[in-house]
Structures are given as structure tokens and as C-alpha cells.
Design a protein around this ligand. Sequence first.
Ligand SMILES: NC(=O)c1ccc[n+]([C@@H]2O[C@H](COP(=O)([O-])OP(=O)(O)OC[C@H]3O[C@@H](n4cnc5c(N)ncnc54)[C@H](O)[C@@H]3O)[C@@H](O)[C@H]2O)c1
Length: 347
Amino acid sequence: MKQVKIGIVGLGFMGTTHWGVYKGLKNAKITAIADVDAKKCKGDVSAVVGNIGGGDNSKPLDLTGVNVYESARALVNDADVDIVDICVPTPDHADIVCAALAAGKHVFCEKPLCRDAAQLKRIVAAVRKAKTFFNVGLCVRAWPEYRHAYEYFRSGKAGKMKSATFKRISPSVDGNAWRNWFMDGKMSGGALLDLHVHDADEVNYFFGMPKSVTAVGATGVVSKGGVDHVVATYDYGNGALVMAEGGWAAAKGTPFEMSFTIVCEKATLKLDASGYHIYPVKGKPITPKLDVKAGPTGWHQELAYFVNCVAKGVKPEKYQTIDSVEKTMKLVFAEERSVKGRKSVKL
Ligand SMILES: NC(=O)c1ccc[n+]([C@@H]2O[C@H](COP(=O)([O-])OP(=O)(O)OC[C@H]3O[C@@H](n4cnc5c(N)ncnc54)[C@H](O)[C@@H]3O)[C@@H](O)[C@H]2O)c1
């Protein structure tokens, strides 16, 4: 079997998570890594800890046969790389995405796609121009429970949506990341951009773009200047109430929460600590069988899918197009403005 050759840029929490996923794919082979940290370049990832899941990082990564670089620029020019997988802090995504696409590589970039509107414009133009493939790690679109709910809702089985709430609450990632970058609001955009982007994205993915958004936030609770907890309401002008809440100021050890309740005419779809269930208005509750062939998480699903698409030369549009990702980014940037200006923002 021909293997797709992967170069991972950034071997922190997400880079090591991706490393583990690729190692389980028969049609993928990691041929290169790049990291500015000399320890990571030797395979020592023992300091890496994330807020949810991830692998066992106590043993060093086996870098036999892997080209190692201290800069992304060098990796994107490696002829032995088909996909550049970008897992560095958010403000650095734009330059690396554009350089990798210009070098003719396929690109998988972690979420949030970028830090601001100017970077978004550059990336979207580069993606539209490129002949190669591009996907963003909006892994919740591919997370089995969310995916099932999305397909069920979009099939029309649940009927019209009346209200929807999405929630994501995490303990602080303080101290574990590269130079503690998540706790610098200018770099990470706080929980609003970094964590809550997943749920703003689900809102856009399920229901399309709202007419306006109103967001309130708690700023500088655990980070320097970042919005550490946000509550956003989305106005569709049709009487439905759509809300999303996200925060990362919970005490260390607090279990990570991701949940939703989508109330529709014919059924309520619900994910919480008790699992994922559908409660039809008529009939018994359903516990759907989920498609976990590619693995239990959205990370497994999205990466297996992207690698397959590159292997087969099929444009990867199952989970996203650049247009839908662009809209999500415009939505979260509007939320930033709403929190700052204490007012609704039209979209
Ligand atoms: N999809 C998800 O569920 C999810 C979860 C966590 C993080 N993320 C995203 O993944 C990205 C990385 O986050 P993380 O948690 O892995 O951070 P991290 O701090 O754990 O890791 C970042 C790594 O990049 C390296 N690095 C920093 N700047 C670099 C550069 N310019 N070139 C090469 N290497 C560089 C650092 O040395 C470090 O190893 C962020 O955009 C973050 O928002 C996504």
C-alpha cells in the first residue's frame, strides 16, 4: 500500500496526539517533524500535557527515519512530505499554511485557523488558489456523537430546531504549553477563540450563520487579558434560542465537559455526562450506534479521512469547505468584538 507522507510541525499536546493517530493508520507514515524546542527535536515529549485525552508521552518518540527540523520553513520544503500538519500556537498558523501551500503540499491545520481577520484573509486566498487539499482541525464536526446529531438533524428527522445549547468547560491549561502561550490573551485569544471556537463552529455547522451575535465574557480570570469564559447567544430572527458557553477557568482536576441539548419539534438530542441520546416526542429514547470505525475521537476521524482523501486524490469536503471555516472564524471574531464593545454584532 502506498503510504501518505506526513510532516508534523509542533510536537506539543496536539502534535503528539496527531502522532499517535497517524501511527495507527496503515496508509500514513510520519516522515518529518519540526519544532523550535530542541528537546522535542530529540523526541522528548515528557513535558506535554493537554486538557482532554491525548496519549502517553512518558516514552520518547521513535524518530528513526524521520527528518527533524527546527523550523517549519525547512519542513515545508522537504520533498519527502505530502501533508504538512500544523500544530503550533495559533498566531503562527497563517505563515506556515501559506508557505506549505505555496510549496505544493496538502495542509492540515489545527483550529482555531488563525488569530485575526487579516490572517484569515491571507489564508483563505491561499487555500482558494492552491491545487492541493486543505482541512482545519475542527474536530468536533467529526466527533462521533456530534456527527451523528448533525446528520440526524440535517436529515430532517428531528424537525425544526426550537432551542439549542452547546457547552465546553475545561480546567486551565496553565503551565503545560509552550511558553504558557494559552494564558497570553494576545496569542491564544483566550477560551473564547481557542476552546469555544468548537461550539461557535457547531452553531454555524448545524444552523448556518446567524443574523447577529451577542456575547458576554469574563476577561483576565486566569489568563493575561484573554476572555476566559464566554456566553454567546445567536439570533436567527425566527424565535429560536441558540446559545453556546465555553470556559477554561475551572480548577485543575475538574473533568472536561462537552455537552449539547438541541430541542427540536419532533425530538430532543442530548449529549452530557450520561452519554448521547435522542428523545423523540413520540416513542422511546434512542441510544444511537455511533460510527467509530476510524477511532473513538474526532481527531481519529478527521485525520483518517484527510489521509484517505490525499491517498485517493478526492477533495476532502465531508466535514468542511474553506467557505464554512471562514464563516466560523468571522463568527468568533464577531464575538470578540461583542464582548469588548458590550453590544450585539451584526453578521
Ligand atoms: N483540536 C483540538 O482539540 C485542540 C486541542 C488543543 C490544542 N489545539 C490547537 O493546536 C495548536 C497547538 O496547541 P498545543 O496544545 O499542541 O500547544 P503546545 O504548546 O502544547 O505545543 C506547541 C508546540 O509547537 C512548538 N512551536 C512553537 N512555535 C513553533 C514554531 N513557530 N515552529 C515550530 N514549532 C513551534 C512548541 O515547541 C510546542 O512543542 C493550537 O492552535 C491549539 O489551539 C487543538
